[in-house]
Design a protein around this ligand. Structure first.
Ligand code: SAH
Ligand code: SF4
Ligand code: F3S
Length: 471
């Protein structure tokens, strides 16, 4: 057993520990039993949950949406902001009651939160009914941990990254769109961010392994792949084979899958070559998520983001010019320690200049163990909320403005499933990543169709399938 330790993680050694390769263990021990899985956090966790579902299916479990019916509960947690913790502990309170009536229920907690200092300790002392605590570096061990579990709490969390395992048996959520990890971890150490500690140092997968996975997905009929990583465009920097993200992107594009996306790009690693490749291939979607975080060069420096306001704007304009019709979204944090009204105005200035298609906006949340948490969090919650509201209003106006540009146009939509907006509606995404609710077209799930946009809202479009008549 090896308890997590942020300081140790910071020192990280180059030689990873060997974790036991228990990925694809098969057993019928839990045949007929149900698991309930709750996923918090980012796409990385969503994709990890597809691995967890694969592991549990291999043990005979079936999935249920009703946690009270489950024989096993897994929580795949997030640590990015304080409220992520609150949600997890809130749900654990409900699970505690359930376990009183169902003593055989197996409760597992994994994901980023368990990698934090003190969390395993808290689970041990305050939540002893949790059976298995695992981390982000040993998801592949979960099957083994469940099969071998006895009565006492097992804490198996490693602060040092394990091997990269290939041939993971994911149980993917969709038959049409797929996540493909191209790298794990992050080396950027933005001063506010917990991810480099919870996910470890950057480890890129070998290009051949990634390409093989994409080829298999194409064979299986997938129409879209999203290359996934915390900092995708730093891909390859740890491999020293000279191959970078632009090269990978081009090789993936050549495989010929109809739609390719990637998240998340860091402005600092965004190269001219990447822009060239994106504009050269029609199947690389004209959509880029380019986190800004702040528009003030002073705050950006405190955040350790490695670019200034001017450099961000220059890159933004270069991308807009080179890729016609590109849609760009961003992430912004308000209320970083010492952020003045003037700093916040700089952020608004960038937002007004860039007129983003959309943005995820956050109130700064100090994370223990990160450098920024040592700076006094000296902005009141009132000011933080005021700034957030003001920012959101502007962001939403620009989203609506961009969406309005689609009215009356016909665009290609990959229909991914039923819409929540009505019984006879399906939904899907444009190439530029706009959500569209479409009338009828129930047979079109899993197809790319032409849709005429009738009306636009801030967060979605409405449209109708276009049927071409051959004369
Ligand atoms: N790797 C990605 C995303 C990281 S997490 C990137 O670099 O962009 C997603 C977003 O959460 C970040 O972009 C940031 O805006 C926000 N975030 C991260 N740490 C935070 C913190 N301590 N408080 C508030 N927001 C935070
Ligand atoms: Fe966090 Fe920065 Fe890495 Fe993104 S790039 S995961 S914000 S440290
Ligand atoms: Fe959360 Fe971990 Fe993602 S902290 S945002 S789940 S990498």
């Amino acid at each position: 057993m090896n308890l997590p330790n942020l300081k140790e993680a910071k020192k990280r050694e180059n030689s990873p520990v060997e974790t036991f390769d228990a990925r694809n263990i098969k057993s019928d021990k839990f045949e007929g039993k149900y698991f309930y899985l709750r996923t918090y956090g980012c796409q990385m966790n969503v994709h990890d949950s597809e691995e967890i579902k694969g592991i549990l299916s291999n043990l005979g479990f079936r999935q249920t949406d009703d946690y009270e019916k489950a024989h096993l509960i897994v929580m795949n947690t997030c640590a990015i902001r304080e409220n992520a913790h609150d949600k997890v502990f809130g749900f654990l309170g409900r699970v505690k009651h359930l376990k009183k009536d169902k003593p055989d229920l197996i409760v597992c907690v994994g994901g980023c939160m368990t990698q934090e200092e003190n969390v395993a300790e808290t689970l041990k002392n305050k939540y002893p009914f949790v059976d298995i605590v695992f981390g982000t570096h040993n998801i592949n061990d979960l099957g083994k941990l469940i099969l071998e579990h006895q009565n006492k709490q097992d804490i198996e969390v490693y602060s040092i990254e394990g091997n990269i395992y290939e041939n993971i048996e994911y149980k993917r959520d969709s038959k049409y769109t797929a996540w493909v990890n191209i790298m794990y971890g992050c080396d950027k150490f933005c001063t506010y961010c917990i991810v480099p500690y919870t996910r470890g140092k950057q480890r890129s997968r070998k290009m051949e392994d990634i390409l093989d996975e994409v080829k298999d997905l194409k064979k299986a009929g997938y129409l879209e792949v999203t290359l996934l990583g915390q900092n995708v465009n730093a891909y390859g920097k740890d491999l020293s084979d000279g191959r970078d993200f632009a090269t990978l992107l081009e090789e993936v594009a050549k495989i010929g899958i109809p739609r390719i996306r990637f998240v998340t790009s860091h402005p600092w690693d965004f190269t001219e070559e990447m822009i060239d490749v994106i504009s050269k291939y029609d199947n690389i979607m004209p959509y880029i998520h380019l986190p800004l975080q702040s528009g003030s060069s002073r705050i950006l420096k405190l955040m350790g983001r490695r670019y200034t306001k001017e450099e961000y704007l220059e890159l933004f304009n270069k991308i807009k010019e080179a890729i016609p019709g590109v849609s760009i979204t961003t992430d912004i944090i308000v209320g970083f320690p010492n952020e003045t009204d003037e700093d916040f105005d700089e952020t608004l200035d960038v937002v007004n200049k860039c007129q983003f298609d959309g943005a995820f906006t956050f109130i700064y949340s100090p994370r223990e163990g990160t450098p920024a948490a040592l700076i006094k969090d000296n902005i009141s919650m009132e000011v933080k909320e005021e700034r957030l509201q003001k920012l959101n209003k502007i962001i939403n106006d620009y989203s609506l403005m961009h969406n309005k540009e689609y009215e009356g146009k016909t665009v290609k939509v990959l229909v991914t499933g039923m819409s929540e907006k009505g019984e006879n509606k399906v939904c899907g995404y444009t190439e530029t990543m706009k959500l569209v609710n479409i009338d009828g077209a129930l047979n079109d799930i899993g197809k790319i169709i032409d849709v005429e946009i009738s009306s636009a809202k801030s967060f979605s479009l409405d449209g109708k399938k276009v049927t071409f008549v051959n004369n």
